[in-house]
Design a protein around this ligand. Structure first.
Ligand code: KG4
Ligand code: ZN
Length: 344
C-alpha cells in the first residue's frame, strides 16, 4: 500500500491531504481564502498566490501531524501543476518539489482537472473505466470519456463561460456575494423556476457544446427590469442551466462509445438540483450515476493525492524541472472550439 501526500493551490483553496492507494483519506486540511477575496467579488490572483505562500507549508505540517505521519512515511508527493492561476500553482508545485528533494520521495505533477476527473474513483472502488464524465467547475465545463489514467476524449466544452462562472456571475448580479454557486442554490429553493423566461443557449444543437454567456445576460436584464423577485430569478436561472446540461449530455452520450457509468465531478457537482436531474438522466440511459461526496467535489487535495496514487501505481513520476502550466487540456487532441478563447 502506498501513501501519497497531495498538494492543491491552483485557485483559492490551499489544501493538503494524505491518501492511501487503498482509498483511505488519513488526513486532509483546506484553508479557504473566501474572506480575502470577498471584497473584490471574485478571486484576485495576486492575493491568492500570497495567501498560498503563507499558508501552505504549515498546512502540510498540520496534515502530516493529524495523521501521525512524517515525510518518511510518504511514498510520493503529488502537487497540482496546472491548469489554474499560475502564481498559486507555482507555490504548490515548488513546495512539492522542495519536499521531494528533501525527502528523496518522487514528485508527481498532477493536472487539476485529472484530480476532479478521477475523484469519483477515490469515493467508489467499483467505478471502472471507461466512464462518461461531466466536469463542471468555476473554470471548466466539459464532457469527457474517461478511458484510463491520462487518457481522455473530450466531446464537449463551453464556447464562453463555465457553468460555475455562470452561477458566480448570477450571484453577483443578485448581490449575493462571493462565492456565489451555493448562495444561488440556496435562494433558488425559495423561488419559482418557471417565473422568469430565460434562454437555453445551444439547446438541441448537433455538437454537445455549452454556452452560458447569453443566459447570464438574460439574468442581468431580468434583474434590471425590476419585474421579478430575486429568488425567482435564481430558481429560473438554475433550471435553465440544468436544462442545458441535461440536453447537452444526452447529445454527448449519443455520440459516445459505450461507458460504464455517468459521473459528475467539479465544484458545481455540489449542486443538489443538478445532481437530481443527472440521476434521472442516468436512469433513463440505463447507466449507474456516480457523484463524489460534496467535500470531494469542490477543490481539495485528496483528489490530487488520489490522482497521484493512480499514477504512482503505474510507476509514474515527474522530473524536478516540471513546469507549472496555466493551461493544460486533458485531451490535447480535442478540436479547438470557436469562442472558447480561440480565434476562429
Ligand atoms: O472545482 P471548484 O471548487 O474550483 C474550480 O476548479 O473552479 O469549483 C468552484 C465552482 C464555483 O464557481 C462555485 O460557485 C461552484 O463551483 N459551486 C456551485 C455550488 N458549489 C460550488 N455551483 C452551484 N451550486 C453549488 N452548490
Ligand atoms: Zn477545481
Amino acid at each position: 500500500m502506498a501513501l501519497i501526500l497531495g498538494i492543491e493551490s491552483s485557485c483559492d483553496e490551499t489544501a493538503a491531504a494524505l491518501v492511501t492507494s487503498a482509498r483511505a483519506i488519513l488526513a486532509q486540511r483546506i484553508a479557504s481564502q473566501d474572506e480575502a477575496h470577498r471584497p473584490y467579488g471574485g478571486v484576485v490572483p495576486e492575493i491568492a498566490a500570497r495567501a498560498h505562500a503563507e499558508r501552505l507549508a504549515p498546512l502540510i505540517e498540520a496534515t502530516l501531524a493529524d495523521a501521525g505521519k512524517t515525510l518518511d512515511d510518504v511514498d510520493a508527493i503529488a502537487a497540482t501543476a496546472g491548469p489554474g492561476l499560475i502564481g498559486g500553482v507555482m507555490v504548490g508545485l515548488v513546495t512539492g518539489k522542495a519536499l521531494s528533494m528533501a525527502s528523496g520521495k518522487p514528485l508527481i505533477a498532477i493536472n487539476h482537472l485529472e484530480g476532479h476527473a478521477l475523484s469519483p474513483r477515490l469515493a467508489d472502488p467499483q467505478l471502472a473505466f471507461p466512464y462518461a464524465l461531466l466536469l463542471v467547475s468555476g473554470g471548466h465545463c466539459q464532457i469527457l470519456r474517461v478511458e484510463g489514467v491520462g487518457t481522455y476524449t473530450r466531446l464537449a466544452t463551453t464556447i464562453d463561460d463555465a457553468l460555475g462562472e455562470a452561477f458566480d456571475k448570477t450571484a453577483k448580479i443578485l448581490g449575493l456575494g462571493y462565492p456565489g454557486g451555493p448562495k444561488v442554490e440556496r435562494l433558488a429553493q425559495e423561488g419559482d423556476a418557471n417565473a422568469v423566461p430565460l434562454p437555453r443557449p445551444l439547446l438541441g444543437s448537433a455538437e454537445p457544446h455549452f454556452s452560458f454567456a447569453g443566459l447570464k445576460s438574460a439574468v442581468l436584464r431580468a434583474k434590471d427590469s425590476g419585474q421579478y423577485r430575486d429568488a425567482d430569478i435564481a430558481a429560473s436561472f438554475q433550471k435553465a442551466a440544468i436544462d442545458c446540461i441535461i440536453d447537452r449530455l444526452k447529445r454527448a452520450l449519443e455520440k459516445m462509445d459505450e461507458v460504464t457509468a455517468l459521473v459528475v465531478a467539479g465544484g458545481v457537482a455540489a449542486n443538489k438540483a443538478m445532481r437530481a436531474a443527472l440521476e434521472s438522466l442516468a436512469e433513463t440511459e440505463g447507466l449507474p450515476f456516480i457523484a463524489p461526496p460534496l467535500t470531494l467535489c469542490t477543490d481539495n487535495a485528496a483528489m490530487i493525492a488520489w490522482a497521484g496514487a493512480e499514477r504512482h501505481a503505474q510507476g509514474q513520476s515527474d522530473p524536478l524541472d516540471f513546469a507549472a502550466r496555466p493551461r493544460w487540456p486533458l485531451d490535447p487532441d480535442a478540436e479547438p472550439v470557436r469562442g472558447a478563447g480561440v480565434k476562429a
